[in-house]
Design a protein around this ligand. Structure first.
Ligand code: IPD
Ligand code: CA
Ligand code: CA
Ligand code: CA
Length: 261
């Protein structure tokens, strides 16, 4: 069988993310089941599961031999192509009716990301990227900001762990706050990345993300001209901390996060 075209992979990612977003909105503001997973604050709803099932159905209909890794059901299949799926990113927001959440769908080949789609159904915003094909918001090309220093000032976002014993973010957070840098904690990692990609944010960092949080968003940032790395500046698997920023700011942000800036 010949290799799937990037445009076909993206079309399926878009269809899957939109279908998940349709399900989010179908249940938004209505009664749905909510429970805790690893800690009291790590929520999951029945909508997470419904959205993941819908995404898996869309992918399987087109690519039955591809593997799928989803947050709620884990990995199924072991093909050379793998879809990495966050069916509802921002579940705590969603469960409270705080309208910052999305669906994130990426596809990789032997670990290399080829295409990704992040859909925010509350704003009808679809962020997309293909490897080498640039990044887009609702079809229009997007680019990271040109902000060159934290004191410009830059607008930076982050996220906090569900596990209250995880304190490693405190040092970096304190240093940024002490430096007076405007910070946000929107609550949906995939959207944080997309907002870096389109210049609404200048940078984003978080400790302890999972592959489904960043798979699509990281491709969207790099295709929008940004850098995504670990805290030492290495691209690829992000270890404990993921840092995304425009190219001009990335170095300075890394230094402050490490504590040597
Ligand atoms: C979470 C969100 C949040 C981030 C957490 C993620 P979920 O994903 O992206 O912003 O701070 O690290 O786990 O559980 O809502 O899909
Ligand atoms: Ca979750
Ligand atoms: Ca997530
Ligand atoms: Ca999720």
């Amino acid at each position: 069988m010949s290799a799937p075209l990037l445009t076909d992979l993206l079309a399926v990612a878009v269809q899957a993310a939109r279908e998940a977003g349709r399900i989010h909105q179908q249940y938004a503001g209505r009664a749905f089941e909510v429970r805790s997973k690893t800690t009291f604050s790590d929520l999951v709803t029945e909508v997470d599961a419904l959205a993941e099932a819908a995404i898996r159905e869309v992918v399987a209909a087109r690519y039955p031999d591809h593997a799928v890794l989803g947050e709620e059901e884990g990995q199924q299949g072991d093909g050379e192509y793998r879809w990495v799926v966050d069916p509802l990113d921002g579940t705590v927001n969603y469960a409270h009716g705080f309208p910052v959440y999305c669906a994130s769908v990426a596809v990789e080949h032997h670990g290399q990301r080829l295409a990704g789609a992040v859909y925010d159904p509350t704003r009808d915003e679809l962020f997309t990227a293909t490897l080498g094909g640039g990044a887009h918001l609702n079809g229009a090309a997007i680019h990271v900001s040109a902000t060159a220093s934290l004191r410009a000032p830059a607008l930076i976002s982050t996220g906090f762990p569900y596990d209250a014993t995880e304190r490693r973010f405190m040092g970096p957070l304190e240093r940024l706050l002490a430096g007076g840098v405007p910070l946000r904690r929107p609550g949906a990692a995939a959207l944080d990345l997309c907002y870096v990609a389109c210049g609404r944010l200048d940078g984003y960092w978080e400790i302890g993300l999972k592959p489904w949080d960043s798979a699509a968003g990281a491709l969207i940032v790099t295709e929008a001209g940004g850098l995504v790395s670990d805290v030492h500046g290495h691209p690829g698997p992000h270890g404990e901390m993921l840092v995304a920023a425009n190219e001009r700011l990335h170095h300075e942000l890394l230094a402050v996060l490490r504590g040597d800036g």
